[in-house]
Design a protein around this ligand. Structure first.
Ligand code: UD1
Length: 430
């Protein structure tokens, strides 16, 4: 299994281009199930998760072709017909978002058998809201032996869905089904994440009638068929925030391009409060940090536009060296502090109680062997390693490869000492 080795202490200077958003790309790819015409996605990130979903979609009947376009990586997805409505456990358990093929399969072919995603390291993460919404749209749902058997032989019907709390996945999943339902669907208390707006924009290009995406109330007037489209995946706000925090941790000056600073305003506010210099510009932002110590700040994760849970681990890494005590409250997932014990291995002073972590800044971190536990947790260890004395080795980096494209190359271009150790470490490549 690959590992990442970081030699701490190098300041970062340079430019990092941000890739297309993973969390948007995988929902957009699922949208290709809704039409027999080609869906061309540009600004595609090339990640383990997108490759993995591509393989599942191929089993269902999608032709997937990757190419290098004038504006970077593209994926062309064409689904002449759904050849199978079956998504097996082995595929769904590896990536929870692949569960979102259920809605489009039902909408296009009236039936599907999709594995429940199963447990997940950052909490229980059930899919009850997804299933309830599909039932409201007229699907008949049965659960047997870990599988969802769903049927809508006469098609889905529009309905009124009031989510009891905000769920990104359930909002997107309902959108992906309701666009082909008969009649109007109204969703209230919907998630407002930019990825929802991106999905709605793409669906509208395909001929859907979605209004209100990006606000809590989304209206969908169902249409009988959708067509192909070309759509550019929006920039990855989590990758943007992660590199902004990496620059703040290591010190120096890094310009993040091909992205949008307004997507991470809640993070920028906290970084500025902590003493980091952040300047927004038309195609991104510049993060600058001099030699002084940062100040500890408090934060609470929240649905968008609040502070993203996907940036909480990375921010905690930054706080390990800040002056004072930082209180970090996690409100989205119940078990999302697994990076805390790993950061402690580097010398951080962190205590966790329930959904609250207290980080007392220390004067220095020291490199050590650490274990990646999930996607965002693993990159927080890389960030900490950038400022730790000596070498930090992050094990199980397949978590990183799921969501960060060419991480060591992007950081390395700014002067970071980051290397990938292949396999057991005997064979080493940059
Ligand atoms: C998405 C993102 C993930 C991000 C999260 C919150 C993708 C692929 N993943 O995950 O990176 O951290 O949004 O911004 O886009 N819940 C239920 N029942 C449901 C659905 C969700 O109880 O049916 C709970 C979850 O367990 C969690 C909370 O609702 O506690 C929010 O989850 P949700 O917004 O659905 O997250 P995901 O879509 O899974």
């Amino acid at each position: 299994m690959d590992r990442i080795a970081i030699t701490g202490g190098a300041r970062l200077e340079g430019e990092i281009p941000i890739s297309g958003a993973k969390n948007s790309a995988i929902k957009l790819m699922a949208a290709s199930l809704l039409t027999e015409e080609p869906l061309r996605l540009t600004n595609m990130p090339r990640l383990a998760d997108t490759r993995f979903l591509g393989r599942l979609l191929q089993r269902l009947g999608v032709e997937v072709a990757e190419s290098e376009g004038a504006d970077g990586p593209e994926t062309l997805l064409t689904t002449p017909e759904i050849v199978s409505g079956f998504a097996p456990y082995d595929l769904v358990r590896q990536m929870r978002a692949s569960f979102n093929v259920l809605g489009p399969l039902l909408a296009r072919s009236g039936q599907a058998k999709v594995s429940l995603p199963g447990g997940c390291t950052i909490g229980a993460r059930p899919v009850d809201l997804h299933l309830k919404a599909l039932e409201t749209l007229g699907a008949k749902i049965d659960l047997h032996e870990g599988y969802v058997y769903a049927q809508a032989p006469r098609g889905l019907k529009g309905g009124q869905i009031d989510f009891p709390f905000v769920s990104v996945g359930a909002t997107e999943h309902t959108l992906l089904a309701a666009v082909l339902a008969d009649g109007e669907t109204v969703m209230t208390n919907s998630a407002c994440e930019p990825e929802i707006t991106d999905l709605a924009d793409c669906l509208n290009k395909m001929g859907a009638k979605v209004t209100g995406a990006g606000t809590p109330t989304i209206r969908i007037e169902g249409v009988s068929r959708l067509s192909g489209a070309t759509h550019a995946v929006l920039p990855d706000r989590i990758e943007t925030g992660t590199y902004a925090l990496a620059a703040a941790m290591a010190g120096g000056e890094v310009r993040l391009t091909k992205t949008r600073s307004d997507f991470i305003q809640a993070l920028i506010d906290k970084m500025v409060e902590a003493g980091v210099d952040v300047t927004s510009h038309a195609d991104g932002l510049t993060v600058k940090r001099g030699g002084g110590r940062l100040k500890a700040v408090e934060l609470t994760t929240d649905p968008y536009p609040g502070f993203a849970t996907d940036l909480q681990a990375q921010f905690m890494a930054l706080m390990t060296l800040a002056e004072g005590e930082s209180v970090i409250r996690e409100t989205i997932f119940e078990n999302r502090f697994m990076h805390a014990p790993e950061l402690r291995r580097l010398g951080a002073d962190i205590s966790v109680q329930g959904g609250e972590a207290r980080v007392r800044g220390v004067a220095a971190l020291e490199g050590a062997q650490v274990m990646a536990t999930d996607l965002r947790a693993s990159v927080s260890l890389v960030i900490a390693g950038l400022a730790a004395r000596g070498e930090t080795v992050v094990n199980r980096v397949y978590h990183l490869d799921r969501g960060f494209e060419r991480l060591e190359e992007k950081l390395g271009a700014c002067g970071a000492q980051v290397r990938r150790l292949k396999g057991d470490g005997a064979e080493e490549v940059e």
